[in-house]
Design a binder for this molecule. Structure first.
Ligand code: UDP
Length: 366
């Protein structure tokens, strides 16, 4: 029997690990265990996803929650090392680009355990993003690199990763989206807010560069003002953003705005239901850029660069390079007047990426 450990830590990890873990169940010789570092640990940012994605609970919960990136990295490494020495897995799978991804990849390599990275090779080329450093270093440490778009293969080759380690498999987050869409229903939420399908915008905002200081948050409020003047806006507020709004005394100003519906972070089924029925998304999320492309929903992304260029080239994504209502205005108007990109679904975003990943992993440990 071979053993594979899957690491989850933060919200965007769950929808990537769930389908890979599930696809591995068909291999009788492989036992898959989930380790949760605890980076996101409350119900709305973690537990709800296990339930809705049908993923078994973690066998280990490391309980590492707060602190600086450095402190969290160090604490995760110390705790994960204990798990590795107890379990001696044949392989560790890490996904995405969060602190847990790099911390666990580095610990595994130090312990002589090979690492597979799901969603490898994405590059924003903005090293001020903590995620970019996590991506670069995790890829250097990994033996199997699974990519979601062809540009990621090119990035890895340019960084001297040997071609035989790179596997273009498509996007396993889209596997989760496909699996869950039949169960997603925005109806009750829309009814509760008095909204109708197609007649509201949906927003997420949580990147440190956008929400960590007062100036950024002021700009977010300007954007909300512009949008709500013409369209109701639903804003599930990330805990980080809520904390910063509270810290700067801006929460009441935001939450009291007309036609704005601030909510807690939504469960996955609720969020993808709301996304599917939205007129447009306004976001700085990584994953939402991909999900909107798959759903053919217009997406305006407040980022200078994106590590997922296919969402701009082929999909429905448009980058707005500064957090500014003025810059948003023409793009917002285009969508309202029906001049948005329809987009195509990228290669390999077909609901079977996890099966392709599982096949390679099974061979790897076999
Ligand atoms: N998401 C969710 N509830 C929300 C907001 C987002 O379930 O209220 C999902 C979304 O569908 C996507 C993932 O969370 O699958 C994206 O996570 P996030 O934006 O936190 O991280 P990023 O992708 O930016 O790393």
């Amino acid at each position: 029997m071979k053993k594979i450990l899957h690491v989850v830590g933060a919200r965007p990890n769950f929808m990537k690990v769930a389908p890979v873990h599930s696809a591995l169940q068909q291999y009788a010789n492989v036992r898959s265990l989930i380790v949760h570092t605890g980076q996101h640990a409350d119900y709305a940012m973690s537990e709800v996803f296990f339930r809705q994605l049908g993923m078994p609970g973690p066998v280990y919960f490391l309980g590492i929650r707060s602190g600086t990136h450095t402190g969290m990295t160090a604490s995760i490494m110390l705790e994960f090392e204990k798990v590795l020495s107890k379990e001696s897995p044949d392989l560790v799978v890490v996904v995405g680009d969060v602190t847990s991804t790099l911390a666990c990849a580095l610990t595994s390599v130090r312990c002589g355990i090979p690492v597979a990275h799901v969603e490898a090779g994405l590059r924003s080329r903005d090293r001020e993003m903590p995620e970019e450093i996590n991506r670069l270093l995790t890829d250097q440490l990994s033996d199997w690199l699974f990519t979601t778009e062809r540009s990621a293969n090119e990035n890895l080759i340019a960084e001297n990763i040997p071609a035989h380690k790179i596997h273009f498999v498509g996007n396993c987050m889209i596997d989760s989206l496909q699996n869950c869409l039949p169960f997603a229903d925005a109806g009750p939420l829309l009814q509760g807010m008095g909204l109708t399908s197609g007649a509201y915008a949906l927003m997420t905002m949580h990147r440190p560069s956008n929400v960590d200081d007062r100036e950024g948050l002021g700009r977010v409020i300007e954007i909300v003002r512009l949008v709500t003047a013409r369209l109701p806006l639903v804003f599930p507020v990330h805990p980080r953003t809520r904390d910063r709004l509270m810290h700067f005394g801006l929460w009441n100003q935001l939450a009291g705005m007309a036609r704005l519906h601030c909510t807690d972070p939504l469960g996955y089924l609720e969020f993808i239901g709301m996304m599917r029925s939205a007129r447009m998304l306004l976001t700085d999320s990584g994953g939402v850029q991909e999900e909107t492309t798959y759903l053919h929903i217009p997406c305006l992304t407040f980022r200078r660069t994106t590590e997922r260029p296919i969402t701009v080239e082929k999909g429905t994504n448009v980058l707005i390079d500064s957090l500014s209502a003025q810059q948003l205005e023409p793009h917002f108007q285009d969508i309202l007047e029906g001049r948005s990109k329809c987009g195509e679904i990228p290669e390999g975003w077909d609901g079977h990426a996890s099966e392709r990943i599982a096949a390679v992993l099974n061979q790897a440990v076999g």
